[in-house]
Design a protein around this ligand. Sequence first.
Ligand SMILES: [Fe+2]
Length: 330
Amino acid sequence: MPTGAVPLRQLDPHAVDELTDTAHKILAEFGSSAARPELLRRIAESTARFGETILHPCRPVDTDDGLYVLRGLPLEDSDVGPTPESWATAGDRAAAWDVILLLLATAMGHPIAWEGQQEGRFVHNIVPSPGHEAEQTGASSTVLLSPHTEDAFHPGRAHLLLLACMRNHDAVATTAASVRKVRLDPADVALLSRPMLPILPDDAYAEAQSFTGEEPPKVPALWQTEAGPTLRYDPAYTPLDEAPADYRAAYDRLTAELERVSVAVALEPGDILVVDNDLVVHGRVPFKPRYDGTDRWLKRASVRVPGRRSRPLAEADEHGYGQAALVALV
Ligand SMILES: [Fe+2]
């Protein structure tokens, strides 16, 4: 897998000062980063006062890479405390970063959360957890986390994902592959643009997995927009054996192409990787967990961008397996 050059957007010292000062003030005022409505409202008020020094680096992705790294926010290893053992015990650890992420997410769109994931938190902690090593979720470690669209099963999934690195001593790489870089022949594109198979809820959504309502909706893997193709892809949760052989072959060629164009990004502390979830599938290479408080630790925020037209209109009729996205009131 080649390591490609990832577009870098450097935050200037004024932007860094404004973001960190605002985050610390909000945290001092509320005492916790738990995202209750008053905190989200305060964040929206602060974001509305941001100038171009912050807003310009937060503009939409503007290359076929479909992602960028925001760099420049300082992070001292000793300031964030030990890596939590699981998201459930993370509490307010590195809470200033929760607020920074919510400020940036609000500058880009509307932060979202899920009732059924990490207790409805707007910022998730991604850490390796004992007993979950081989899962296809962010708590895994020793297996490859296969490239996927985040929350691909749901029509309310994020348009953008923000992954902030708190700690990554072993330079564990996040992988990313853009649909705008793959080469497929028109027959494969036509086939993969048909709603052939469902995408089932992943292991991070226990409730959605036991949803017994209507039939799972069949969805297209590819979609053509004026700006180029977008994708919705999660092979680990797609029942590919139910598809005809020609569809499976086309899907395999898409998988091979995504592998060919995949880049590996070893995030550094303070880096924020911003991924366009309609263009890019992301994953993670396997690693050996330490379980000693020094493990890889990311924080994740999800963003919906109002007015975006990157998806089929038919998605609006999907049931989403009974899961509801919670959208920050802004
Ligand atoms: Fe993911």
